[in-house]
Design a protein around this ligand. Structure first.
Ligand SMILES: NC(=O)C1=CN([C@@H]2O[C@H](COP(=O)(O)OP(=O)(O)OC[C@H]3O[C@@H](n4cnc5c(N)ncnc54)[C@H](OP(=O)(O)O)[C@@H]3O)[C@@H](O)[C@H]2O)C=CC1
Ligand SMILES: O=C(O)C1=N[C@H](C(=O)O)C[C@H](O)C1
Length: 246
């Protein structure tokens, strides 16, 4: 039985994860860490110092402001860590990479738990070899705190690394041209009714290739969450991407 502490357990993702893990054999949530007190049959902690349950995995779906401190705490307590929270700073990722080795633990950072998004990132890397010109559009619900999304940022980095030629299209510093991530314009929209969507538009001479994925509901993330929790122990140090355990 894998024991899990779920951080952010009463948020939109957290509630869906509670339901999913309750129905998953061999995984048990033993405690929930949250920003505020909530009624629950499980132990709920609103301060890291109060966490008094032992667990194998810390699963974090909180906020950009809290995720790094949570992950450092979990590693210090001897837990492996799955990070679903987006917006983590590069400096914190670097520190967590070192801490994973120091504590001989495993950290899996998952920009997107949905299989469609994992495949989008893989297809985008393939396309980038032949189409260096690319722009990314992501659309999320208005409650999302960070922009652009973790998935969009990761996709931009992967495209930049996979390109074998430089982009032709001129990029300007006009705000309307988006946030430039490793030379790739990324456009973020926040609209009611959406959960999550990402599209990469590639273009060449006289042709275009569009790769798009949509999460219609948070159910789309749940199989990926289970896979990440079950397999985090197999990653070496800190790894990024659900593909590392697929
Ligand atoms: N990787 C992926 O596939 C996905 C990642 N995400 C990411 O997951 C994160 C959560 O998303 P979502 O559920 O929509 O956001 P919500 O705003 O709905 O939930 C965030 C939760 O974090 C909790 N929280 C705040 N501070 C702390 C703290 N110090 N310790 C523990 N918990 C805290 C809040 O608790 P309280 O309510 O008690 O204040 C809140 O319930 C975001 O970063 C989002 O981008 C989302 C979907 C998919
Ligand atoms: O906040 C969300 O909802 C999501 N966040 C992740 C991200 O930033 O990429 C994953 C997915 O897009 C949903």
């Amino acid at each position: 039985m894998q024991r899990v502490i779920l951080a952010g357990g009463f948020g939109k993702m957290g509630l869906a994860i509670q339901e999913k893990l309750a129905a998953t054999p061999d995984i048990e949530i033993v405690g929930i860490v949250s920003g505020h007190a909530h009624a629950s049959a499980l132990p709920v902690f609103t301060n890291l110092a109060d966490v008094n349950v032992a667990a194998d995995v810390w699963l974090d779906v909180t906020t950009p402001a809290t995720v790094a401190e949570n992950a450092k705490f979990a590693l210090a307590q001897g837990m492996d860590v799955v990070i679903g929270t987006s917006g983590i700073a590069e400096a914190d990722l670097a520190e967590l990479t070192t801490l994973a080795t120091t504590h001989e633990r495993h950290v899996l950072v998952v920009p997107n738990f949905a299989l469609s998004a994992v495949l989008l990132m893989q297809f985008a890397q393939q396309a980038a070899k032949y189409f260096p010109d690319a722009e990314i559009l992501e659309i999320h619900h208005p409650g999302k705190l960070d922009a652009p999304s973790g998935t969009a940022k990761t996709t931009a980095s992967l495209i930049a690394a996979a390109r074998t030629a430089t982009a032709q299209a001129p990029v300007t510093d006009l705000a309307a041209r988006g946030d430039l991530i490793e030379g790739i314009p990324v456009h973020a929209m926040r609209l009611p009714g959406f959960v999550a969507e990402e599209e990469v538009v590639f273009s060449g001479i006289g042709e275009s290739l569009r790769i798009k994925q949509t999460s219609f509901s948070r159910e789309s993330f749940m199989n990926g969450v289970v896979l990440a929790v079950q397999n985090v122990v197999t990653v070496s140090g800190l790894a990024v991407g659900l593909d590392k355990v697929l």
